[in-house]
Design a binder for this molecule. Structure first.
Ligand code: FAD
Length: 453
């Protein structure tokens, strides 16, 4: 009998296994496929390898601004696909070794819950005092007539060795926006078809606007308030019917996610799901069944690797007798677009809705020294703060380095820092992180490098 038996070896399950083992538990980890889950094999790692290639390409194309004469970069996608494979292998190898060192027993196969602390894998049964479900998510293809032939999923994208000349990307979420920007960077004529008014509807409206303007300038077309109704063959590829428009594309990219819960035995184990099929959990990551926890993408919310691993730590600590909570309000979000985007905490709209007397600071990248010298002036840092208690409620960054400097905003929120405290900190000069300090000074009404208001 295991103390903790985990289903799924993605970033959630892997972190849960190590944490439970650190706390002295006997731990089993079941995965139906390759360790690393979506993140290592089809998500974060492959996409960021491709985004890095796009970034380097852009650097080379702009190298003359820094006095460097180089030839236009050619593209060898085989090398990129090989890099993805090699990096994935390396990470999976490291995971296997670390699990072994932590004495975690890895079981390969598809798990089915059998109720009251039992899990079946093929014909074998495993008993556990606690079970953690970390089965993640997978692609959800919308039912659109004729889509099948034109369909390209994000699972397949990073194995392409030939890029389509034209592409439609369906959806307004972070994965769709990031991949659309990637395609643009590689020269594919790309159109993002979004159901609402703006991209990234869960992010602050200024973030959405800043990123939209930058991506449109790079050549991304956005068709808003629209969905693809049907797809048919055309002379050169496919034609998607979108309202009264017919959009031409070689391929149509879909990256929407759904929870991996089918045939998992949730009903037998008495585990409830929410209205969208995600496993319902409280902030201790407990499900409706005693001794069964769920973490990561399968629980919905912010479907991100670091959220999965933060949930994993809390779930394993609780399974091992602790009392830990997961704070979804502190989950940072990011996009590795050019410029990057990153955020943590409440948007301006959310803060207002929650009844706060909202104060806003905004510091534009064009005034930042490093941004100027590097020619990376798209963006800005927006801080949302509570006028009454002065606590920082949210930080929203569009700009170079955003995905790194958001870390200090996460820390500020976690430590319940005020805008005044942040305004009186120092940064190395010249750095992008100065924008966070300057934006806090703007909240306080004394941004040194902005004209008086
Ligand atoms: P998963 O990683 O999905 O792992 C679940 C595991 O469970 C899989 O290995 C699967 O084989 C296994 N499994 C499922 N069912 C069973 C079963 N019945 N029995 C046994 N095993 C089972 N997140 C970020 O934070 N940053 C990023 O930059 C980022 N980029 C992304 C880019 C793309 C294109 C995509 C698609 C996702 C991206 N994500 C990113 C999201 C991230 O990949 C997920 O949030 C993360 O992988 C979720 O981790 P998880 O452990 O919950 O599930």
């Amino acid at each position: 009998m295991y103390d903790v038996l985990i289903i799924g070896g993605g970033p959630g399950g892997y972190a849960a296994a190590i944490r439970a083992a650190q706390l002295g538990g006997s731990v089993g980890l079941i995965d139906a496929s390759d360790l690393g889950g979506t993140c290592v094999n089809r998500g974060c790692i492959p996409s960021k390898i491709w985004m890095r290639a796009a970034y380097i390409k852009n650097m080379i194309e702009h190298s003359e601004e820094f006095g460097l004469k180089t030839a236009a970069p050619g593209l060898d996608l085989n090398a990129l696909v090989n890099r993805k494979k090699e990096v994935g292998q390396g990470i999976r190898g490291g995971m296997t070794a670390l699990l072994k060192k932590n004495k975690v027993e890895v079981i390969t196969g598809r798990a089915v819950l059998k109720g009251s602390g039992e899990v079946a894998v093929d014909n074998k049964r495993y008993a556990a005092k606690n079970i953690i479900i970390a089965t993640g998510s997978s692609i959800s293809v919308p039912e659109i007539k004729g889509l099948k032939d034109a369909l390209l999923t994000s699972d397949e994208l990073f194995d392409l060795t030939d890029l389509p000349k034209t592409m439609l990307v369906l959806g307004d979420g972070p994965i769709e926006v990031e991949l659309a920007s990637l395609m643009v960077a590689f020269g594919t004529k790309t159109t993002l078809v979004i159901p609402g008014r703006r991209i990234l509807p869960n992010e602050d409206h200024d973030t959405s606007l800043r990123l939209t303007l930058a991506l449109q300038e790079q050549g991304l077309a956005i068709v808003n308030n629209s969905v693809v109704e049907s797809v048919g063959k055309s002379e050169n590829g496919f034609q998607a019917v979108v309202g009264d428009k017919a959009l031409e594309a070689d391929r149509i990219l879909v990256a929407k996610r759904q929870p991996n819960t089918s045939n998992l035995g949730l009903e037998a184990a008495g585990i409830k799901t929410d209205e969208n099929g995600f496993i319902a959990v409280n902030n201790k990551l407990e499900t409706s069944a005693k001794g069964v926890y769920a973490i990561g993408d399968v629980t919905g919310g912010w479907m991100l690797s670091h959220a999965a691993s933060a949930m994993a730590i809390a779930a394993s600590e609780n399974a091992m007798g602790g009392d830990s909570s997961f704070r979804s309000s502190l989950v940072p979000r990011g996009l590795w677009t050019s410029p990057e985007m990153a955020a943590v905490g409440l948007t301006e709209e959310e803060a207002e809705k929650a009844g706060y007397d909202v104060e806003v600071g905004d510091f534009p990248y064009p005034v930042n020294g490093l941004a100027m010298l590097r020619g990376q002036v798209d963006g800005g840092v927006k801080i949302i703060s509570d006028a009454e208690h002065k606590e920082i409620l949210g930080v929203h960054i569009v700009g170079a380095g955003a995905t790194e400097i958001i870390g200090e905003a996460v820390m500020a929120l976690q430590l319940e820092c005020t805008a005044e405290e942040l305004a009186h900190t120092m940064r190395l000069h010249p750095t992008f992180s100065e924008c966070i300090m300057d934006s806090a000074r703007d909240v306080e009404g004394w941004a040194l490098y902005l004209p008086p208001k």
